[in-house]
Design a protein around this ligand. Structure first.
Ligand code: AMP
Ligand code: GLY
Length: 428
């Protein structure tokens, strides 16, 4: 099979790495890819939002499967574009159509969906300018801190958590007045959930589904989970508290009702489902849905997937996912993200990366790199994800940190405390 992976981050490198191990793979293309993916396949200079160009590339290169890494093309309807073009019918898109991608593309849609199907989530109210007064009154009924979410995609920045009621009311108005452009024309006010977050994943052909390994990601830039939010500074899988009992609850209370709800709503959903959960006193609550894999979670989930990913994609293509096995590696996988100095605020690109040729105990997934003059240089805020296996979290982390000591580029930074909140759970 010929496969095209859309995207350029660590997630796409990890998916490409996994696909490249498949005996079913003929040609692998990554658009636009990075300096890491070029070692596994052919990088293609395509804009993932230019559906016409992506479609033409698929025709020209006899692509069988196109895996959509990021959410933006899914929310904008790349799958619908392919479905509407008779000549592209032979290309299986891994990722839902626009209707299904609304689970991520609209907070209001996802909250209403969860309410409709009794999926545990925080209490909420969706507010527009016309019911601003109702929104403020709703805030008065809640306890601090107050959670305000832009309805639409806001590059991961659309969630505000505010301590003071007066400030929250003001922020609600500012958001509705276009703080995040069209994305905050509607704002969802949510009850604050106090717990610990975990990311759970499933792959589905719309009828059956398979649960993939869960992971915990570390979103803040600073050690001890302090400072600004980032795209993710590291991840760990499995998550010690997300044990069998917890995952059974997730399955019964979240995953099954989600799949059934999608069917009941007439939404033909295929691809990945990402459940961003808060574990509150041992019970799962959905904080958000995503219609794609997580990043950096993919950099620990793919290494723990023993089954052939391309065979699972084939299961989606033929509606036979139920007949496929998902075998999971029992080892722990961790990833530590090496980022550009200054990230998530202003940072410089184009820094030469050294030490990548002497890696033995880890797998380095490129997140934001490109080749320049024959060498890899930084090309984003998140630059490299260093993944290692171990018999437990400490063991795996030791390897990633050992590898990181030998890799460098000017201004590089990484958190040295990934997993800091989990070790004690594990040792119990
Ligand atoms: P989201 O974009 O919906 O994932 O929200 C971004 C982050 O805000 C999440 O990863 C949580 O850390 C936090 N968050 C979102 N909703 C809530 C909530 N209802 N209670 C507590 N924290 C939340
Ligand atoms: N790591 C969180 C995300 O991919 O949205």
């Amino acid at each position: 099979m010929n496969v095209l992976v859309l995207g350029s981050g660590g997630r796409e490198h990890a998916i490409s790495w996994k696909l490249s191990q498949s005996s079913q793979l003929d040609k692998l293309f990554i658009a636009p890819g990075n300096a890491g993916t070029s070692a596994l396949g052919t990088n293609v200079d395509l804009d993932v939002m230019d559906f016409k160009a992506v479609g033409q590339f698929c025709l020209d290169n006899e692509i069988n499967v196109a895996v959509v890494g990021p959410e933006a093309p899914l929310v904008a309807g790349i799958h619908d574009y392919f479905a509407d073009m008779p000549e592209l019918k032979g290309v299986t898109i891994i990722g839902p159509k626009k209707a299904g991608a609304q689970l991520e593309g609209s907070k209001e849609f996802s909250k209403d969906f969860m309410a409709r199907y009794n999926i545990p989530t925080a209490k909420y109210l969706s507010v527009e300018k016309k019911n601003l007064a109702e929104g403020k009154a709703f805030l008065e009924t809640m306890k601090a801190p107050y959670v305000l979410k832009a309805d639409g995609l806001a590059a991961g920045k659309g969630v505000l958590i505010i301590e003071d009621l007066k400030e929250a009311k003001k922020a609600l108005e500012t958001m509705l007045n276009g703080q995040f452009g069209d994305a905050s024309k509607k704002v969802v006010i949510e009850q604050f959930l106090d717990g610990i977050e975990v990311s759970c994943f499933a792959i589905t052909d719309g009828r059956s589904y398979k649960i993939l390994p869960s992971a915990k990601d570390y979103k803040r830039i600073g050690e001890g989970d302090t400072g600004l939010n980032t795209g993710g500074m590291g991840a760990i899988s499995p998550v010690p508290f997300a044990n069998r009992e917890f995952i059974d609850k997730v399955d019964n209370q979240v995953i099954i009702p989600t799949i059934k709800g999608l069917i009941a709503d007439g939404i033909d959903y295929s691809g990945f489902l990402f459940f961003g959960l808060m574990c509150v006193k041992g019970d799962p609550y959905v904080i958000e849905y995503n219609c794609r894999m997580g990043d950096p979670e993919t950099e620990v989930v793919m290494p723990r997937l023993k089954s052939d990913l391309l065979e699972l994609f084939e299961g989606i293509a033929t509606g036979t996912l139920s007949e496929r096995d998902v075998e999971i590696d029992p080892r722990t996988a961790v990833t530590v993200m090496m980022v550009s100095g200054g990230y998530p605020e202003a940072y410089e690109k184009g820094k030469a990366i050294s030490g990548l040729n002497n890696v033995s105990e880890s797998t380095v997934f490129h997140a934001g790199t490109k080749e320049q003059g024959g060498i890899p240089v930084s090309n984003g805020g998140r630059v490299l994800a260093v993944t290692s296996y171990g018999k437990n979290i400490d063991d795996a982390l030791k390897k990633s940190y050992g590898t990181l000591e030998n890799i460098s580029f000017e201004g590089a930074y990484y958190r040295k405390d990934i997993g800091f909140d989990l070790e004690s759970t594990e040792k119990k």
